[in-house]
Design a protein around this ligand. Structure first.
Ligand SMILES: [Zn+2]
Length: 404
């Protein structure tokens, strides 16, 4: 069979990514269906598929797709032994590591509490490294290689190489977490020795990407989450890659109270100083509970108390909901989002914020062009950042499939 004349390497890479993306999305798909949906010729698809099969990314399944009239067609599926994506999430309580397939299925998960040893990055890195190696060991036993290794932190990330900037949950200043992992984790060291580049990202950024995809890729979305501190990001359609840009992380530091309390960031009156989870736990008498059972469980109890009409928790929440609504009001005028998604523990209380948000802009309701965006709770729950990181990794790999 004659090969199609080769397009430029860039176009060929793009087309390989397009075809692989179809196979990953579809679960199983026939060559002819890929050709039909992509605008590529059948010959081109056949040639691209052959390369992907050769690279161990795609395989032919035993199942045949019966066509109405013609002969049955052999279906393509993601290769069972294809490399996978390793995502490590470090939050205020735990280290959680997930290995997923290129198609988005979860293969292995491990999670361990680190006990929140404040100001001791080495002790936290020990637990994270151990969890990464545990999952990597299971992958190795299953004969699978790691194609992408990404570490997600509940803190801002900056610099080159990327570092954690001030993780207030853990009492960290600037920490080179990847350097700490490299000397503790055989899997991280091995991945990098083999030419891989471990990535470090902020959870708000990748969670916002997952939320954006989950609500149907609107033109613009504001994502605000509260779990330890308050974070968030704005997602705008129309960028590169998946056609998405993430801007403006750190939404917990929108200064909503004039001359308010001094924040760790140096400004006064940041949202986190008046609606931060630690403050709400303290005001509702749950600080000790959170210290004992962990921040996430403490906040779970806080939400339960608000819902059951507990007075201290309810009052603390109503005040915080008002401040969150004011922050959203400021953002809504600057970004004009189509939808606002709340994540973390506030997801369960989004209706309260939505009501406050509407109440403080009465003249905007029904005022022609300006539409008040709905405020909804995340449906992805605590996995938003992990899901977003895996999705982001997959999109990065699709840019150059033969390098996977
Ligand atoms: Zn601040």
């Amino acid at each position: 069979m004659a090969l199609m004349p080769l397009a430029t390497p860039d176009v060929r890479r793009h087309n390989l990514g397009l075809v692989l993306g179809r196979v990953l999305e579809g679960g199983q798909v026939a060559r002819a269906d890929i050709a039909e949906g992509s605008g590529l010729s059948r010959g081109a698809v056949t040639s691209l598929v052959a390369e992907l099969i050769g690279a161990g990314l795609v395989e032919e399944s035993d199942a045949l797709h019966p066509e109405g009239m013609g002969r049955p067609r052999r279906m393509l599926v993601p290769a069972a032994s294809a490399p996978c994506l390793l995502t490590a999430l470090l939050d205020a309580d735990r280290a959680t590591v997930v290995a997923g397939t290129l198609a988005g299925a979860e293969l292995v998960r491990a999670s361990h509490r680190h006990g929140r040893p404040m100001g001791d990055p080495g002790a936290v890195a020990d637990v994270l490294a151990r969890t990464i190696d545990e999952v990597a060991g299971q992958l190795r036993a299953a004969g699978r290689r790691v194609a992408d290794l990404c570490v997600v932190v509940w803190a801002p990330v900056a610099g080159e190489p990327p570092r954690v900037i001030a993780d207030t949950d853990l009492g960290w200043g600037e920490v080179d977490l990847l350097a700490l992992l490299r000397v503790r984790s055989a899997a991280v060291a091995g991945y990098e020795t083999a030419g891989g580049r471990t990535r470090l990202v902020s959870d708000a950024e990748v969670a916002a990407l997952a939320e954006h995809a989950a609500v149907g890729k609107p033109y613009s979305l504001v994502y605000l989450k509260a779990d330890s501190g308050i974070g968030g990001a704005i997602v705008l359609a129309g960028g590169s890659g998946d056609g998405v840009r993430v801007i403006g992380a750190g939404l917990g530091h929108v200064p909503v109270v004039p001359d308010g309390e001094v924040c760790l960031c140096g400004q006064r009156g940041c949202l986190v100083t008046v609606a931060g989870p630690d403050l709400l736990l303290a005001e509702s008498g749950l600080a000790d509970v959170a210290a004992r059972v962990g921040l996430t469980a403490g906040l779970h109890e806080f939400v339960a108390r608000v819902r059951h009409g507990d007075a201290p928790a309810g009052e603390a929440w109503q005040r915080a909901a008002g401040e969150i609504a004011r922050t959203l009001q400021i953002l809504a005028f600057s970004v004009a989002p189509e939808i606002i998604v709340l994540g973390g523990f506030v997801a369960a209380l989004a209706a309260d914020v939505d009501a406050r948000f509407r109440a403080i802009q009465p003249h905007m309701l029904g005022a022609g062009e300006f539409r008040v965006a709905p405020v909804v709770g995340s449906e992805l729950g605590s996995d938003a950042a992990l899901l977003g990181a895996q999705r982001d990794a997959r999109l990065r790999l699709l840019v150059d499939p033969l390098a996977i």
